[in-house]
Design a protein around this ligand. Structure first.
Ligand code: ARG
Length: 459
């Protein structure tokens, strides 16, 4: 079959060779963006007097017909037309005749594909940003219900100090706030138009790049044509922001999975976000959380795949760059899916406050409190640490916790201890008193909730 670019060829490639080189199997996802870019380009050609108004109208109406057909799923793409750009150009010519061939005046597939990618990622970055906000809202809402719910805080996955469950949830809220900020920041470099850079060097036609950029809602144009067609930084940035986001989601997944175990029982996933076992009737598995944790790997993979593809590429366009698409599409789907599922999981999970409460009473996570108590009374902290360590040992040997030790044991350890020590040791007091800025003290958590609400309202 003759190609749109077939003039200088004396024979055609075999079908299986074409199939290997083709990207239409996946870049048809850019159909809307490609048409949008073409409409702006041809409008600009008209405005600059490069094409007569009548031909511009013909081409526009042809493109609009294709857009309608695409919406209805009526376009039949073919591998022999290689990619979305050539498929649409061929369809346009079939639709309106040879005048359709004028669309590509002053343009190359190289600036065209880069434009499509910018448009695609711009729309999807916006969607992802609002999905991030939705998840933050879900975390915020759960947090408002659990300011006074206590949960063991861990370091080294060993009980460390009790914290407010709201405080724990809000930690993820702030991670997501940074993720949001990274997408937002990437937008500055993403919303720039490569259109009109031509194949690599610009064009002889008197085009108006700024006008086309404005039509497409871009904030600026690339100021170097070589850079415009060979830049894929904006995709790397997207994949990188997405990798970081997925890393955060994955960490929370790990906690949700742990908390849903028989051993913890801190939360229970709603039935709608869990699955059963085909053999073990009692099982309720937190599959969705596991899957998001798992999918984090493929997003990292997509980032590394693109970085590796780009690392040795000379300027300007190289066909290697066609490999930038699948990882990007896959990441968009993965991130959107993960965020939506996550918001649902957080909204619907049952928080077993009684189990958390029980847990914080059955450990030594109030030991720091005792050391602080002695230090407040003038004992050097290092010495206080030693005294309390010995008391912990006494309790372990007696098989009890600090609150259960008789006062005589305290007196024996240090004459600085007074009877009020038992109030200080109570987990609620332990948490309430950690009132330094950003701490888990209830007053601090309430302040943090206000800050979070502000972040949700003004983003
Ligand atoms: N399918 C190509 C890609 O995705 C489009 C650009 C092709 N340009 C070229 N000169 N072969 O990268």
């Amino acid at each position: 079959m003759t190609k749109l670019w077939g003039g200088r060829f004396t024979k055609t490639a075999e079908e299986w060779v074409d199939a290997f080189g083709a990207s239409i199997g996946f870049d048809q996802a850019l159909v809307d963006e490609d048409i949008e870019g073409s409409l702006a380009h041809v409008t600009m050609l008209g405005k600059c007097g490069i094409l007569p108004a009548e031909e511009v109208e013909q081409i526009k109406s042809g493109l609009n017909i294709l857009r309608e057909k695409a919406k209805k799923g009526e376009l039949e793409f073919s591998v022999s037309e290689e990619d979305i750009h050539l498929n649409l150009e061929k369809m346009l010519i079939d639709e309106i005749g040879p005048v359709g061939g004028k669309l590509h005046t002053g343009r190359s597939r190289n600036d065209q594909v880069a434009t499509d990618m910018h448009l695609y990622l711009r729309n999807n970055t916006k969607e992802i940003m609002s999905a991030v906000k939705k998840l933050q809202e879900a975390l915020y809402t759960q947090a408002t219900k659990h300011v006074e719910t206590l949960i063991p805080g861990y370091t080294h996955l060993q009980r460390a100090q009790p914290v407010s469950f709201a405080h724990h949830l809000l930690a993820y809220f702030w991670m997501l706030e940074r993720d949001y900020g990274r997408y937002e920041d990437s937008f500055k470099r993403l919303n720039i138009s490569p259109l009109g850079a031509g194949a690599l060097a610009g064009t002889t036609f008197p085009i108006d790049r700024a006008y086309a950029a404005e039509l497409l809602g871009f904030d600026d144009i690339y100021h170097n044509s070589l850079d415009a067609v060979s830049d894929r930084d904006f995709i790397v940035e997207f994949l990188s922001a997405s990798s970081m986001l997925m890393m955060h989601l994955s960490r929370l997944c790990e906690e949700l999975i742990l908390w849903s175990t028989q051993e913890f029982q801190f939360i229970e996933m709603d039935d709608s976000f869990a699955t059963g076992s085909s053999i073990m009737p009692q099982k309720k598995n937190p599959d969705m959380a596991e899957l998001i944790r798992g999918k984090t790997g493929r997003v990292y993979g997509n980032l590394f795949s693109l970085l590796t593809t780009l690392k040795g590429l000379p300027l300007a366009y190289n066909k290697d760059m066609q490999e930038d698409k699948e990882g990007m599409f896959d990441t968009v789907e993965t991130v959107k899916g993960s965020l939506n599922i996550f918001a649902g999981m957080i909204e619907t999970m049952t928080v077993n406050t009684d189990k958390m409460e029980k847990a914080v009473h059955q450990d030594f996570s109030n030991a720091t409190e005792l050391a602080d108590y002695l230090a407040t009374k003038g004992m050097p902290f290092r010495q206080a640490h030693e005294v309390v360590g010995k008391l912990v040992l006494v309790a372990i040997q007696k098989g009890v916790f600090l609150l259960d030790l008789p006062f005589s044991d305290y007196q024996e350890a240090s004459d600085l201890f007074e009877e009020n020590i038992f109030d200080v040791l109570h987990p609620k007091t332990v948490v309430a008193r950690r009132n330094s800025a950003g701490g888990t003290g209830f007053d601090q958590v309430k302040k943090a909730l206000e800050k979070a609400e502000h972040a949700l309202t003004f983003s």
